[in-house]
Design a protein around this ligand. Structure first.
Ligand SMILES: *Cc1c(COP(=O)(O)O)cnc(C)c1O
Length: 470
């Protein structure tokens, strides 16, 4: 299988090259030339497989230039009970009203990003060793992404990680998760500034061509194709876990920000998985809800982005959206370039003439949830089911209940565990003890390691020069 860029100006490439990429050189996102198709017979064959065996079947359709035995070994090493806390890896549970929850947050950092990032860590190490290369990963985080990346890349050969976070702005739990890592290749940097300042430093370093080349700078952001691929697997596994046979259909409801999670569901549907609808749930930052209701996509500036109690969805420009729009406009790269010129100029675009396709051909529907909705939903689910859900998952359940059709089976993806967002949980249900997985029991009491730096890209550069031995 070969990969192409949505913008049409990048030579075709195999999987192992796409794996290490962020944006394509032409500014687009990488995609397979076409999505492989799975038929009824394939689904029948796959239904009984455990998670790693299913992951191997799915990923080997896409990662065709990786040796099959090596791919199997990478997957077997990634999806284990020791890492994901259950043999099932992604179990499904049901609420009393019939809504199902696909558990994706039982990995090391208690958010769904571990599902893909853990695979990426192992795959990076493998591909780098094959190519005889090394990587310096730089990133900016306000919480979930940074910790998922660090837990995936800790101790990996030929990879150093420099993760910037705003000094004093993360929760105590999030700080403890990241700063308690003592692996030699993990470097936490607290910047005297805000998240945007951290992001600006990442950009500044990447724009320094000589420095970028010398240190092989890379990122692990959500546009990485390897992450999307790893996520396709749990839609298929989630479908099997939520149904009895392959004649049934389900809908997925996905708390969304960068459109990475639901993009994988969209691809699974395009491959032929019996998905009825893909329900995009947003918080107050509702650009995607606006698009799926009107066909108008009008990204907002950072200054127009609300800080909410489902912070990992506080995004007003969905970086993976382009992968879907490419299909929606009939794989017309020329058109896509024009649309994203209008996105980058701040104007956005209007595809209302294709809204019917987005809704009916691709099955998208959307809804939005506010702080009051999320608090009420956490409280209601706790009272009816004695089940605690995190604020992001609550956004999903709120929207699922709102749009659900009679006899529709909706599976909501659980994107984090409640203990990560205890302030909001306490606001919803009062002072209670929130269950924690064993490995995070005393995490706040562990020794921490972090370097505090002034908000200057030069200082981060100096630190990298000092720590990375070429
Ligand atoms: C990243 C994240 C999301 C949003 O996922 P996207 O792939 O960006 O749409 C939702 N909830 C949580 C807890 C997250 O960490």
């Amino acid at each position: 299988m070969q990969y192409i860029s949505t913008r049409g100006n990048t030579p075709k490439m195999p999987f192992s090259e796409v794996l290490l990429m962020g944006l394509a050189p032409d500014g687009g996102l990488m995609l397979p030339e076409s999505y492989p198709q799975i038929d009824k017979a394939t689904l029948d064959k796959w239904r009984g497989l455990n998670y790693p065996d299913l992951a191997f079947e799915v990923m080997s359709l896409f990662a065709t230039d990786i040796d099959k035995d090596d791919l199997k070994a990478l997957i077997d090493k990634t999806y284990t009970k020791a890492v994901f806390n259950s043999d099932d890896i992604t179990p499904v549970r049901s609420l009393k009203d019939g809504i199902k929850i696909l558990e994706l947050s039982n990995g090391p950092t208690l958010a769904f990003k571990d599902m893909a990032m853990q695979f990426l860590g192992n795959a990076f190490e493998y591909v780098l060793a094959k190519k005889g290369q090394r990587l310096t990963i730089i990133g900016a985080t306000s919480g979930d992404t940074g910790s998922a990346a660090e837990y995936a890349l800790r101790g990996k050969k030929n990879i150093e990680v420099f993760m910037m976070s705003p000094h004093g702005k993360m929760s105590e739990f999030q700080r403890a998760q990241m700063y308690s890592l003592m692996d030699d290749n993990i470097h936490n940097i607290a910047i005297e500034g805000m998240f945007d300042d951290c992001q600006d430093i990442v950009k500044a370093l990447q724009q320094d061509k000589a420095f970028k080349e010398k240190y092989s700078l890379g990122t692990v952001n959500s546009i990485n194709w390897g992450r999307i691929l790893a996520q396709i697997v749990y839609y298929i596994k989630g479908y099997f876990n939520a149904t009895d046979n392959n004649n049934q259909k389900v809908s997925f409801c996905v708390p969304s920000g960068n459109f990475g999670n639901v993009c994988a569901g969209h691809i699974a549907k395009e491959m032929g998985l019996p998905i009825e609808r893909l329900i995009v749930a947003t918080n107050e930052n509702d650009v995607l809800d606006e698009f799926f209701k009107t066909g108008k996509y009008i990204p907002r500036k950072a200054s127009q982005t609300y800080v909410t109690s489902s912070p990992s969805m506080d995004i007003s420009k969905a970086s993976n959206f382009e992968r879907f729009i490419y299909l929606l406009v009939g794989k017309d790269s020329q058109k896509l370039n024009e649309l994203w010129n209008d996105v980058n100029s701040g104007q956005g675009f209007d595809l209302s003439h294709l809204l019917n396709d987005a809704q009916n051909k691709y099955g998208f529907v959307s809804g939005k949830s506010t702080h009051a909705d999320r608090i009420a939903t956490i409280k209601a689910v706790y009272e009816s089911d004695n089940d605690l859900i995190d604020p992001h998952t609550a956004d999903g359940i709120k929207v699922a209940r709102e749009v659900r059709l009679p006899s529709e089976t909706i599976v909501v993806t659980e994107t984090a565990l409640p203990v990560k967002f205890s302030d909001t949980i306490v606001e919803a249900v009062g002072q209670i003890e929130i269950k924690r997985p064993e490995h995070t029991k005393d995490i706040e009491g562990l020794p921490q390691r972090v370097v505090v730096l002034d908000n200057k890209a030069e200082l981060v550069k100096e630190l990298i020069e000092q720590k990375v031995k070429l």
